[in-house]
Design a protein around this ligand. Sequence first.
Ligand SMILES: [Zn+2]
Length: 315
Amino acid sequence: MVVERGGHTRRDILKAALGGAAGIALAAPVRNLAAAPAQTPEVAGTVRLADDLFVLRIPGQTNVVAHTGPDGVLLVDGVSAGASEALAQAVAGLPGGGSVQTIFNTHWHPEQTGSNEHFGKAGKTIIAHENTRLWLATDVTWPWSGRRFTRAPRIAQPNKTFYTTGTLPSDSIRYGHIPDAAHTDGDLYVYFPRQNVIAVGDVVSGQGWPVVDWTTGGWIGGIAGGIQRLSTLVNEETRIVPARGPVLGVADLKVQYAMYSTLYDRLTQLLNKGRGPTEAVAARPAKEFEAQMGDPDEFVRRAFESLWAYLSPDA
Ligand SMILES: [Zn+2]
């Protein structure tokens, strides 16, 4: 079953998105996706991207992007709730750092939104896509693991939401929805034009296989489509900050696009032959990527299930 969206079927849109860059992307050599560029050592601490832009790496937490300016500090993503104090210390140690005034949630997962309660109580602005607010306002259970996420108190929910794009007066920062549903249906990017840096949350993984959270909209076609979309927003010099792993470049996007579109094709073929998730895992569709990316079984199972969830949302 295919769902209508704006006069096109989802399959048409996907086909167009996947067709666009396949020629160049598929020719790109696969290299170690986890390899860090020399200027971004994979260690805890603060990585300086510009005089006023940093990546905060707090042990056990996902990346936080911090922008300093006359209007205070802006963060892209927080940390999990228990690490809020460590985050405050990292912000206090920034050159030119004041207090945090604004925080973006790239999506609803607790690794990104755990500090919301702290900032919400302090009256700060929490910006997210409207879908992220909706997921935070309800209970979510992952059927594959039984993990349950309890709704956030109102004070911890985003207090400034949007649907498509937006800008901030400070440094002309631009942000927008990534509507492909790569990781969730509320994914956003934040682009810093002067520093030519884009923060992309979990839409791009810099470290191992991503979680395919099909319960809240993510799917394998969206991973390929979202990476393709991001590659139209960047140039050769843009630095891309994912939620996990080192800072990436546009070449990494091309490699990832090639890999995920290959996996999408293979899983779709298995689906069309009537296979199920266990058979998809057994077929080893990610065989040539295993050495670099690690054991793919969990990812393949979730990615296959995500096709069912996406193509038959009423099932
Ligand atoms: Zn996530």
